[in-house]
Design a protein around this ligand. Structure first.
Ligand SMILES: Cc1cc2nc3c(=O)[nH]c(=O)nc-3n(C[C@H](O)[C@H](O)[C@H](O)COP(=O)(O)O)c2cc1C
Length: 185
């Protein structure tokens, strides 16, 4: 049984980002795959305190919602990091979760993650030019490779202010379903 973990960093549980993720999940399919979704904005996840306890213990000492997410990522085959673009970047909710991935980084810049995990960066943005922030998300993706994730792809929906703005973007929605398939291949 494959497992996909979704971290949605949008404050809107049923917003544009969630709509894009839903299409990715259609591509994942329901046969033989379990999908665990987290709406980060509705969870208690504190920012990394930089205490470095995780470098000794291998776990974060902050007992909050991130504990479960770290365990789920450790046993997942694919992870969707989903976010609206906020000020040319990922949302603060997702950035806090990304910082909290530090326990996967082991001494000597090795990783405790099993190899081969696939990452999809699923992004929505108000601006229509989807090339605008791609370099930033490549930077994010490369950081995730450094943390020990196996590979990443980027999916960007442009011109989205409300979920309905995605409805007529048929090519993009098809790309989203293909990304979902890729996650479980
Ligand atoms: C605080 C804030 C900052 C934003 N910054 C950008 C931006 O820098 N570039 C952009 O294209 N869209 C920006 N947007 C628009 C959102 O990225 C876009 O509408 C997104 O699809 C909303 O997704 P959601 O419905 O999941 O919240 C911003 C929106 C907000 C509220």
């Amino acid at each position: 049984m494959k497992k996909i973990v979704v971290l949605n960093g949008s404050p809107h549980e049923h917003g544009c980002t969630a709509t894009l993720v839903n299409e990715v999940i259609k591509g994942v399919g329901s046969q033989g795959t379990v999908v665990k979704s987290y709406h980060l904005s509705g969870m208690t996840i504190k920012a990394c305190q930089g205490c470095r306890a995780c470098s000794e213990k291998g776990r974060c000492v902050q007992q909050d919602g991130m504990q479960e997410i770290l365990d789920e990522i450790a046993s997942a085959d694919g992870i969707v990091f989903a976010t609206p673009v906020y000020m040319w970047q990922m949302s603060a909710q997702l950035k806090i979760a990304v910082d909290r991935l530090l326990p996967f980084l082991r001494p000597g810049y090795t990783s405790s993650l099993e190899s081969g995990k696939k990452v999809l960066l699923a992004v929505t943005q108000g601006r229509t030019e989807t090339s605008l922030f791609r370099h930033y998300f490549e930077h994010v993706g490369n950081n995730l490779l450094f943390l020990g994730f196996g590979s990443y792809k980027i999916l960007i929906a442009g011109g989205t202010r409300q979920p309905e703005d995605l409805v007529n973007q048929t090519e993009l929605l098809e790309e989203a379903r293909q990304m979902g398939q890729w996650l479980v291949e």
